[in-house]
Design a protein. Structure first.
Length: 391
């Protein structure tokens, strides 16, 4: 059923194609340069500098981790360990599960968490955030860009509020890094998390930015790796890949802001014109240049995913961590969208390796799939019989 056997990959917020240049740079570290980096061999200096250049910070402020989830957990855990009398956390109701579920788990260990609301456009109220910070607040954690809607949060302003109140501020920048310019420099941001596979690097490696002179307590204890900030033998080849991916991302920021945005906008205009009742979730202005969250009334997103997959279109119902779930997205529910709109939502996310032909094919396929699902029955409890009837 897939035309010419070509997959149209529009799920770059879930993961990205590994850049061939990244693979090439990693290969020697899988075959020739196999020494344990903690044995005194030099390999990480240039890599750290490349990541630091992407973020506009110092190389000494970069700590290599296994992924964005570990980085998020490490930042929050460190703040709680620094001052055990502070057991309050402020975050938002639309965070990725790496922060949301960690905070929910911490409430069972004696911590208290304030989950800030967002409005229908996905924005948080800065006044409410400032009022939520208490004398016993250990850390404020707010994502830079929402992984489902692409909506950007004013993290620099939030960081300034936190600095004035002497509270750590962490931002989950997993979706933002490599897609928009980040210049930490003299920023008040204490911690920032990123993951290589979100910008054409390998899976299983990430980084945590720890602002210079910030107090930090490691979560993983053992050897003295990463200057005592993260124990465990470094994943050398993947860290090298992270460095190259960071370098390539820094080079393509302008392209991400222009060519990718143009593809995304063309796609959205085409879908809005072709599909009645389609709407875009979240603020259309203040968001990532690659992300498009659509609501299609009268369909079930999981049914749509399966049928689109049969036509070679890859997208998601929101975060990759919840695709296939019976529940509507917690992000869309937090934005006060009605159940039908939340359950009929799909996320399309573009990247460096997408083309105009991908956009054109998607504009042709998606309206037909939506029409078939609407004709079939709208909200579909058991999607398989319907899918079989549509084949």
């Amino acid at each position: 059923m897939i035309a010419d056997g070509k997959i149209i990959y529009l799920d770059n917020n879930a993961t990205t194609q590994l850049d061939p240049a990244v693979v090439e740079e990693m290969l020697p570290f899988l075959t020739e340069f196999y020494g344990n980096p903690s044995s005194g061999y030099q390999f990480s200096g240039q890599v750290r500098e490349r990541v630091a250049f992407l973020l506009g910070c110092q190389a000494s402020e970069i700590v290599f981790t296994s992924c964005g989830t570990e980085s998020n957990n490490a930042a929050i855990n460190s703040a709680l360990q620094i001052d055990p009398s502070r057991k309050h956390i402020v975050t938002t109701a639309v965070e990725h599960s790496a922060v949301l579920r960690h905070c929910q788990a911490l409430t069972k260990r004696g911590c208290e968490v304030t989950f800030l609301r967002v409005d229908r456009d996905g924005h948080v109220d800065l006044g409410e955030l400032e009022q939520a910070i208490r004398p016993d607040t250990a850390i404020v954690s707010v994502m830079w860009a929402n992984n489902e809607t692409g909506v950007l949060f004013p993290v620099e302003k939030i960081a300034e509020v936190c600095r004035e109140k002497a509270v750590f501020f962490h931002t989950d920048a997993v979706q933002a890094a490599g897609k928009i310019p980040i210049r930490l420099g003299e920023s008040a941001i204490s911690f920032l998390s990123l993951s290589a596979h979100k910008f054409h690097g390998p899976k299983g490696v990430g980084a945590l930015y720890v602002k210079r002179n910030s107090r930090f307590q490691p979560s993983i204890i053992g050897g003295g790796q990463e200057n005592g900030r993260r124990a465990g033998t470094e994943n050398v080849a993947s860290i090298v890949g992270l460095g190259k991916a960071s370098e390539r991302a820094a080079e393509s920021i302008e392209e991400e802001e222009n060519r990718v945005r143009a593809m995304r906008d063309r796609f959205e205009n085409g879908i809005l014109e072709a599909v009645s009742g389609a709407s875009i979730n979240g603020d259309r202005g203040t968001r990532l240049p690659n992300t498009s969250s659509f609501s299609f009334g009268g369909i079930d997103s999981n049914a749509a995913l399966l049928l689109l997959d049969r036509h070679g279109v890859c997208c998601s119902a929101g975060s990759a961590c919840r695709t296939g779930s019976a529940e509507a997205s917690h992000v869309l529910r937090a934005m006060y969208l009605n159940e039908d709109r939340a359950r009929g939502s799909l996320r399309f996310s573009f990247g460096r390796f997408n083309s105009d032909s991908d956009v054109q094919r998607a504009i042709e396929i998606i309206p037909k799939v939506v029409e078939k699902l609407r004709r079939a029955s709208g909200v579909i409890p058991d999607v398989q019989p319907v899918l079989e009837s549509l084949s």
